[in-house]
Design a protein around this ligand. Sequence first.
Ligand code: NCD
Ligand code: ZN
Ligand code: ZN
Length: 358
Amino acid sequence: MPQIKIHGMIDPHTHLRDLDWSHKATFASETKAAIAGGYWAVFDMPNTAPSTIDDARLTDKLARIDRAAHCDWGLYFGASQTDNSAEYERIASRVCGLKIYNNSTTGDLLIESSALRERHYRAWTSNRLIAVHAEGETVANILDLVRKYRQPTHFLHISSEFEIKLLTEAKQDGLPITVGVCPHHLFLSEDDLPTLGPYGMMKPELKRKSDQRALWRAIRLGVVDIIESDHAPHTKAEKEADEPAFGVPGLETTLPLMMQAVKDGRLPLQKACDMVSRNVQRIWRITPLPKTYTVVDTDHTYLVEREKLVTMCGWSPFEGMRVTGKVVEVWIRGHKVYDGERVLSESGFGRNLFGFVA
Ligand code: NCD
Ligand code: ZN
Ligand code: ZN
């Protein structure tokens, strides 16, 4: 059975929920799902309930995830509409970065004022990066701020040909930017909406086939640095409501979808592995830990089934799709945390990759 080893898989874009949204998912449930998906570590976004926008809430969230996590982790701090930049100096050493929401999505962290966006860029002087939700023209607005402040910026869930064009040019200009793309934008398109209904609704939305082709081309050309799941669990009731919640889970399907793409000849194996491990480590400046790796059986082909998923939400937009690659073992810091069937690490085993819990 052909097996490969991937050293230190990290998903830097997840929504683990918990806190007041524990009915959707919890730090414990989703860090287990992360391990089942092959991951060493996951970074959690600040659009929780409550939002992670001040020292007290960050400190509380750090303590809670520290007690609950089965895998290693990091937390983002959120830029707020009320301008919380006075907090930055106090919190920067404990987080994986600053998140700025520039277009509307789940949560209440949207910042539309360009003056306020600029205040956040000016105030964030930490060497940790800024991660942005920016879509369409907003990408150009953020690029202006990167040009002015030179703060390393990661563009999350890039989904269109137009955005890829702007980011390709900005990279050619030497701006300190990186680009993440999600499996749902690579493997689904607006053509799937009639079948998926609300289960195909997320931000940014599913796009045209031509956009999808532009994303694959950008992967081949090296414009895309990483694959991130944007794992965003919502309950089935929330998805089937009159106004469905935006977001789809992805922690357990990202690696097998990428391995299927390798099998289909869409990208080289090494590149697929780098995009979920080494490139993420490089961007977030993480030194890979010894004896921290994932063993994948690259021969194993199967269909995505909701019954097999560990995530608390219990559904997937990729259900029924053929994927390749079964995670057979995950090791973290010399401990076997997954045996292909069960998560073996305890709640609280996971550590913050960014500083210590205050
Ligand atoms: C995310 C969520 O549910 O928290 N939803 C989504 O549609 N992607 C938020 C986000 O990443 O924008
Ligand atoms: Zn987003
Ligand atoms: Zn997200």
